[in-house]
Design a protein around this ligand. Structure first.
Ligand code: 2HG
Ligand code: ZN
Length: 455
């Protein structure tokens, strides 16, 4: 393996195989053959050509923060880590774009944009380790989607190496480009199954004015959407997030923050607005009073400083970390916003009835219809039995998702985790077209095989 490609850093030690062979998904075992660290697009191309000749599968790997096992190597694959391709290459102030290598960390890009007077708005808790290439490959969403959209909206150009070893320069940062199929869009969200992204040009925008966060408590699920409507009708919301008392219990117990109200409520919503004028803050408080009078909100707090904004966000953003020791079985689904309460009420009732021993952490980006459901492993239950029981919940949940015309993965992707349920969201015709596209870009099936679907 050491001589795979001249000058290409290759590691085969146990520690590297274990670390780079996986992402944040639990319940899988990494088994890669080697890890390689290319430094240029040409090295990636040479590697793909080598892999074709040697019939070796490659798994593209970014910051490994994924939650659907799309970056797992479970079958003797060579993992292609982009972490050595981590340079920001160009800021173009007239185009309002930043061009960077795929291995740049999200937070580094955000900071670079900010320090230069701009804003890169795709944001999520894993910002400190996720990489731009991975964000593109998974069409990352996160906490600001209701205002700024998904990663797709910000990708102006891509450099990729296809599974056949061609280097493509897609869209060349043009705003308008009416010349046939936009192949760039195919790579966004393809979970590394069509080729390897090596360079990305991202749009940036003006910096938002001072954000203000309101954290509101309610005991009634239907009120969550009423609160949303009330604020959305008066503001261009930056974020609208939800979490439950169970989520808060873990966050506070792990020392990530303090309970916001003297009397706990069942549900908490976090509303973020951009304060452009003082009147807007008054308006936000007026809405709060109206909602309280109607009994929709039971308690609430509003940030008075940037530090308080951060502290309130911590209650939401640290849920994943605060529950990780309970080996959570994760789901990440979406329905239309109007169907969120229906889904939540029905599904939580079913889980309560069929698995009374399960503690479930519900949270998510309800402003865009995206819910994260984390079932925590009961202490006495073995991991295998736990996963088996959770798979029963999956079947019920995905039937419901199909009936409600939702998606089995809102933002985390299909990877290995949701493969068996792809047909709950996509038609057979769609899936077979996706497979044909895969074959065109990856004729020898060496690029992340077995992810999203099996051929
Ligand atoms: C979030 O919104 C992430 O915090 C992680 O998408 C969700 O841990 C999860 O299930
Ligand atoms: Zn999320």
């Amino acid at each position: 393996m050491a001589t795979m490609i001249e000058g290409l850093e290759t590691r085969t030690d146990e520690e590297s195989l274990k670390t780079y062979g996986k992402d944040w998904t639990k319940h899988f075992t990494p088994k890669p053959k080697a890890i390689v660290f290319p430094k240029t697009t040409e090295q990636v191309r040479d590697l793909v050509l080598w892999a074709r000749k040697n019939k070796t599968a490659l798994v593209p790997s970014g910051g490994r923060t994924g939650l659907s096992a799309a970056a797992y190597a479970t079958n003797g694959e060579v993992v292609v880590s982009l972490e050595k391709m981590n340079k920001i290459l160009e800021l173009n102030t007239l185009d309002q774009t930043i061009r960077c290598e795929a291995g740049v960390i999200t937070e580094q890009l955000q900071k670079y944009a900010w320090d230069n007077g701009y804003y890169y708005p795709i944001d999520f808790a894993a910002r400190g380790s996720s990489q731009i290439g991975g964000n593109v490959a998974t069409n990352a969403g996160g906490i600001k989607v209701i205002r700024y959209g998904l990663t797709r909206q910000w990708v102006m150009g891509l450099k990729v190496v296809t599974g056949s070893g061609e280097i493509l320069n897609l869209n060349k940062s043009l705003v308008k480009n009416a010349t046939g199929y936009d192949l760039r869009q195919l790579f966004i969200g393809s979970e590394g199954t069509l080729g390897i992204i090596t360079e990305v040009t991202l749009a940036v925008t003006r910096q938002p004015k001072e954000p203000v966060v309101l954290l509101l408590g309610t005991d009634d699920l239907n009120s969550i959407m009423e609160i949303y409507t009330a604020y959305r009708n008066s503001f261009n919301l930056l974020a609208y997030e939800m979490f439950t008392d169970v989520a808060l219990k873990y966050v506070t117990a792990q020392g990530h923050g303090t309970a916001p109200f003297a009397t706990p409520t069942k549900y908490y919503v976090l509303v973020e607005i951009e304060k452009e004028t003082e009147e807007q803050l008054e308006k936000a408080l007026e809405i709060f009073s109206e909602l309280s009078e109607k009994g929709r909100v039971l308690d609430g707090t509003v940030s008075q400083s940037p530090k308080q904004v951060t502290d309130l966000w911590k209650l939401r953003e640290n849920i994943t970390e605060a529950t990780s020791h309970k080996q959570p079985y994760k789901n990440d689904v979406s329905v239309r916003v109007s169907r969120v309460p229906e889904f939540l009420i029905e599904m939580s009732d079913i889980i309560k009835k069929e698995h009374p021993d399960f503690e479930v952490v519900w949270f998510g980006h309800v402003g865009d219809g995206n819910l994260h459901i984390n079932i925590l492993k009961p202490d006495g239950l073995s991991s295998d039995d736990f996963v088996k029981k959770c798979k029963q919940v999956d079947r019920v949940m995905f039937n419901m998702i199909e009936r409600l015309e939702g998606s089995v993965s809102a933002e985390h992707g299909v990877g290995l985790v949701k493969k068996a349920f792809l047909s709950s969201t996509r038609s057979e015709a769609e899936i077979s077209l996706m497979k044909e596209i895969k074959k065109v870009f990856d004729p020898d099936q060496i690029i992340n095989p077995g992810k999203i679907f099996d051929l």
